[in-house]
Unconditional design. Structure first.
Ligand SMILES: N[C@@H](CCC[C@H](N)C(=O)O)C(=O)O
Length: 318
């Protein structure tokens, strides 16, 4: 049997750098500022730093870079010169993801805490991401992001059949129909129904999705939230409520996924038909996210994701 010898971590380009840890509904991230985009961040290094036992530990790693200094992103400034900061997002395994909804909120909180931007409550700013420029507003309880339009990954198949994929997972007795949705990054949503055993799922292992979206997928399991008679507050009558657990591509099970909450609300609303509400509360193990469907400035239906985000501490790597 091979023996694994653990060696003291070699932090590569991160040696002597200060990292900041933060989270958004329990989806946690390590942040670093690299305005000029000079750092070499190979996947192995990110995986080492985000490892919960042999590293600092986090679901994702986010580098703050000036948009103008990234060859692949500087074009974003042509239409949106205000999007001066770019969220360079990596999953815990070091893979690059196009978008992270919790990440954007936490990113803005990080930029604020570092004094790199100014944003008053009610104010708005633009952030560059691999999924385009996102507008973020500061609210009284956190941040609200215009995530842009959602879409079906498998096109008309979903519209015709209601589902367009099959998912198997540990704890599910039989494969379930599912819907693959893009929020800039890929998601596959499974509705377990009112009798669904959300808590009985084992999401340690990646669920199997067929057909698997070309770039892989994040998988969300959803049950309708029971609203008791006492909770029958007229103010929330027109708000859909679901509970969700997620297995994230490149990470594993996380306590929350912002783009996943948007995809889960979009799928549940689609299944609900014309009467389904435009406002949703998505309860995840790490808290609650609000998802609202609105008409965007481009006349397309946009998804707005709102929720808290906070920084928890700093780490200096030796
Ligand atoms: N947790 C994020 C999503 C992060 C990226 C995801 N794992 C992927 O690979 O697409 C969120 O809050 O949206």
């Amino acid at each position: 049997m091979a023996t694994h010898v653990y060696e003291a971590p070699v932090w590569g380009d991160l040696t002597a750098k200060t990292l900041t840890k933060g989270h958004a509904t329990g989806n946690d991230f390590i942040f670093i500022t690299d305005p000029l985009g000079e750092l070499d961040l190979p996947a192995e290094l990110i995986a080492q730093v985000t490892d919960r036992h042999f590293g600092i530990g986090a679901d994702g790693f986010i580098r703050a870079v000036k948009t103008k200094n990234l060859d692949f992103a500087s074009h974003l400034l042509e239409a949106h010169p205000e999007a001066t900061w770019f969220m360079d997002y990596r999953n815990g395994d070091g893979s690059i993801a196009e978008m992270c909804g919790n990440g954007v909120r936490a990113f803005v909180d990080y930029l604020l805490s570092e004094g790199l931007i100014e944003l008053e409550e009610g104010g708005r700013l633009l952030i560059g991401t691999r999924a385009g420029v996102k507008a973020v507003a500061k609210t009284d309880t956190g941040y609200a992001i215009d995530m842009g339009p959602w879409g079906f990954i498998n096109g008309d198949m979903a519209r015709d059949n209601g589902t367009d994929a099959q998912v198997t997972a540990k704890g599910l007795k039989t494969p379930r129909g599912a819907l693959s949705i893009t929020m800039g990054n890929p998601h596959t949503v499974v509705m377990l129904g009112t009798d669904g055993k959300l808590d009985g799922l084992n999401l340690h292992e990646a669920p199997k999705v067929s057909p698997r979206p070309p770039e892989g997928t994040n998988v969300e399991f959803v049950v309708p939230e029971e609203i008791s008679a006492e909770d029958g507050d007229p103010a929330t009558e027109n708000i859909g409520q679901i509970r969700m657990r997620v297995h994230e591509r490149g990470v594993g099970e996380t306590l929350s996924c912002g783009t996943g909450a948007c995809a889960a609300a979009a799928a549940t609303r689609f299944w609900g038909g014309d009467e389904a509400p435009d406002e949703w509360l998505v309860r995840v193990p790490g808290g609650t996210l609000a998802v609202t469907f609105v008409l965007g400035p481009d006349e397309l239906e946009h998804v707005v994701l709102a929720g808290p985000a906070t920084m928890v501490g700093k780490i200096l790597l030796g």
